[in-house]
Design a protein around this ligand. Sequence first.
Ligand code: OTU
Length: 641
Amino acid sequence: FDQSVSHCAAIALERLWPTVAKRYARHKNRHRLPVFQQALQQDFAQLYSCLVDLYGAQWDFYFHLEQTLVKAAQAWMDASEDHRVYQAEHNDWLQSEQTIGATGYVDLFAGNLRKLQSQIPYLTDLGVGYLHLMPFFDVPEGDNDGGYAIKDYGKLNPRIGTLAQLKSVAAALHDNKIRLVLDFVFNHTSDQHQWALLAKAGDVRYQAYYWLFRDPADKAPYSRYLRDIFPDKRAGCFTWNEELQAEVWTTFNDYQWDLNYQNPEVYTAMCSEMLKLVDAGADVIRLDALAFTWKQPESNCENLPNAHRLIQAFNAFLRLAAPGVVLKSEAIVAPDEVVKYISADECPVSYNPNLMALMWEALATRQTKLLIAGTQARSGLPADTVWVNYLRCHDDIGWAFADADAWSVGINPQDHRYFLNQFYTGQFPGTFAAGVPFQADPNTGDCRISGTLASLCGLEQALLTGSSTDHAIKRILLMHGIVLAFKGIPLIYLGDEVGMLNDYSYRADPNHHNDSRWVHRVRFANTGADQRSVNNSPQNQVFTGLVNLIELRRSHPVFGFGDVVVLPSVAESVFAFSRTYQGQTLVVVANFSEHRCHLDANQCLRLGLAGQANDLLLDQPLTASEGLELAAFQQLWLLGG
Ligand code: OTU
C-alpha cells in the first residue's frame, strides 16, 4: 500500500473534487473549472503535504482540508478577469532593473487614499513599480502600532478611505505598472478584533484562536525560553486579561494578541483574511512578523520549522486561489535564518536586513571588512526569488549581522553592536548621526535605532551646527547608490528621497511618545519635499542625485538580471561588487570614508578591472591600468564590454 504523500494527496483530491465540481457547476465562470482542476493536479500535493505535517494528527483534519480547498476554488471562480490577468502575468518584473520600490503610510504621504491616487505621477516620475503601503485597515482609536493591530481585515480605517477607493487606487496603480504590496498581519490581531471580543465574552471556540494561560505552570515551558521583543514596554511576552482571568500571549504590544496556529481553524480563517487583500488588489503580500507564528514548548518560538511549514501552506493555498500573487518575507532576524524563508515555495521576496545593517556599520566605521565578509557568502538567492534591498523602512534598525561573520574579521559582535548603538544615537564622540534608541533593554544593554536616512547620515547635525552639508549628502547618495546597484528591488522609504529629517513631535503625542519609530514617520508635507526644485537646497541635491541614480539603473539591464559577486577587500574603506549579464560586466567600487582613496593598477586588477571602462556616474571612460582615484564617499559604476 503506497502511503507516499503524493499518492495520498491524489486520493484525497479524487475524493474532494466532486464537492468542488458540484458547487460550481452552475457558476457564471464555470468555464474556469477545468483550469482549476489542472492546477490542482499540479499543486494540490504541496498544500496537502504542508497541512498533513501541521494538522494531520487532528481528528477533524479532513474537514479543514476540504475547507481550504473550497476557499481556494471560490477565490479562483469569483475573481474578476482583469485582476486575475494582471496578477498572473509573468513575475519577471521582480528581477527587472525597471522595478524601483517605495514604501510609506497613506495618511503621512498623501492624507488618504483619494489623495494618494493624485500622487501617482510623483511615484511614476521616480520610476516606482512596487509600492508597499502600511496597513490601513480598521484599528482601535489611539495606539494601534501604526496600523499593525487589526480589528477587521475587510474594513478600512475610515480616515484612510473606503474599500471601493482602495480598489480604484489599486486599478490606477496597475494602469501605471505599479504593483501593490499589502501587509498580511497574521501573527496577531488587535484585542478588539471580533474573535478576541468573542473570546473575552466566553466563547470557547474563539478562545482557541489565541494563546491563553490560566495556570502559570502551563506557560513556563514557553516563557522561560522567550526573549522580549518590546522590552521597553513590558517584560515578557504575556499580558494579563481580567475578563478571561488568563494571561494572553502578546509578543509585541499588550493589545496585539498572538494567533494560535496549532488550531487548524485559525489557518483556514486566516486564508480567508488573506484573500481580502488579494481581492483589494494586492500583488505582493508582506508576511508581517512571520518568524513568530509557530510556538513550541522548550524553544524560543522564533523561526521554528513549522513556522516555515505554515508559510509554505499559505503559499500553496495562494498558488491555487490567486496564482501570480507573491509572498514577501519580513524576517528581520539573523542572516542564516532570513535565507531559510526564501524560496519559490515559501517567500520569493524578502527584505535584506543583513545588507542594510552592514551598510550602516560600514558608514560608521569607515571600514568595509564586515560588509564584505557578511555579504560575500549571502547575496546569491535561488532562481525566481529576489531581495528587497533597503536602507530605512517604517521600523527600527537592528544589528542583524551574523556573529560568526564579525568574529571572522576580528570583531567582537557584542561590543560592536554596543558601539554602533552609541554611534547612531549620537553618543559616540565625533559621530555624525542623530538617531534615537528604540526598545533599549536595561537588562542586556541592547537597543535598536530609529531615525531617518538623512538624520542618520549627518544632515541633521550639519544643518543644526551650520556646518557643511557636503559629506552628509554624499553619504546619503552613496547609501542609495549601493542599494540601487545591488541585485534586488531597491526600496525607498518615502521622504528619504528628499532627505527628510527626524521629526521629534511624536514625543508630545500620547499615542506615540513611547515608540521612537515615530521620529522617522514624518508627514510628507513636513519633509521639505517642496524644496526639491530649489537649486542647491539639500532636498534638491538629494532628490536630483537619487533621480540620476535611478535613471541610470533603469537604462541598463545588467542592474536587473546580472548576477552579483561581492569582490575581495582591496582597501580598508572600499566596497566593491560586480554584476554580469549578457556579456556585460558592471563593477561598482565605493569608498565608505571621507578620506580619498587611491587604488593602484594592482588593486584594480584584483577587482577585475584592467582596461578601460565607462563610469556611468561621471559619464566618462576611466583607465584602470593607470589606477583609480576615489574621492570622499565616491562610488563608481564601471560598465565594461
Ligand atoms: C513588524 O516588525 C512590523 O514591521 C512592525 O511595524 C510592527 O510593530 C510589528 O511587526 C508587529 O506587527 O519587531 O520592530 O522580524 O523585527 O517582525 C519591528 C522581527 C518588529 C521584528 C518584526 C517587527
